[in-house]
Design a protein around this ligand. Sequence first.
Ligand SMILES: [Zn+2]
Length: 277
Amino acid sequence: MHTGRQTVGAAWGLDATGREKASGEALHPDLKAVIELQQIDQRIAELTAQIDALPSQIQTLETQLNEFIHAHEERKQRLAKNQKERRDLEVDIQGIQVRISKHKDQLYEVKTNEQYRAMLKEIEGEEAKIRKIEDQILEEMIEAEQLEKHIHDAAARLDGEKARVAGEVKQLQALRQADEEERERLEKQRQSDAAGLSAGVLDLYERMRARRGQAVAEVREDFCTACNVRLRPQLFNEVRGNQALLTCENCSRILYYVEPPPTESAEAQGADARTSA
Ligand SMILES: [Zn+2]
């Protein structure tokens, strides 16, 4: 379970390394309280951002599925149109064939060679039309074959796509539920934590939070990590003790200090000291 308290503990390295003990000083209770309050506020903000992003994530998934279905339906319509076009072209050929056979009958009735040649030319023209239409039919058939393949593949995938989207939507909704529950719990915890603070401390925290978003800043080395300005040596010395609510002279945030983790060489020296002792 994620609680503000645990997060603060982790930030302070109060676990196995026992850094707080090593420094020999406990945090001032007010300082500890505002750090914890900030952890809670940051987690609430994270949860809120996640909750607010969910509807558009669900929308995206549903749009993907709708586009898939739409493309599938469009191909089916295109195939139906293709089939109708092919039938129409075949009807056209039949009409031309009727005309050709009429012309062929007329060949026997013509009186002159000139008329005969003209009639033959007429027939050749009609036959050329048929070949052109047959080429069109062939193109339509090639298109139909491709459409049928696509339609077959999409139909096979459609149920899977629907199940995938439904599954992902369900997961997102479950996440939303969990986020909302966690946020509600943290909001209650925040209320009781805030009630435990003195009015002055809470007011300082809330004013800084309203102004800066983040009210409390860690000091690392001798820098304020929020505004990256170096602390004056005297202020740094005071902040290091973590025994009062001190604020950054540049950004006015409440400051706290975390002892840097021991470096590798320091650990190695410690190990040397132990082995030689
Ligand atoms: Zn600062």
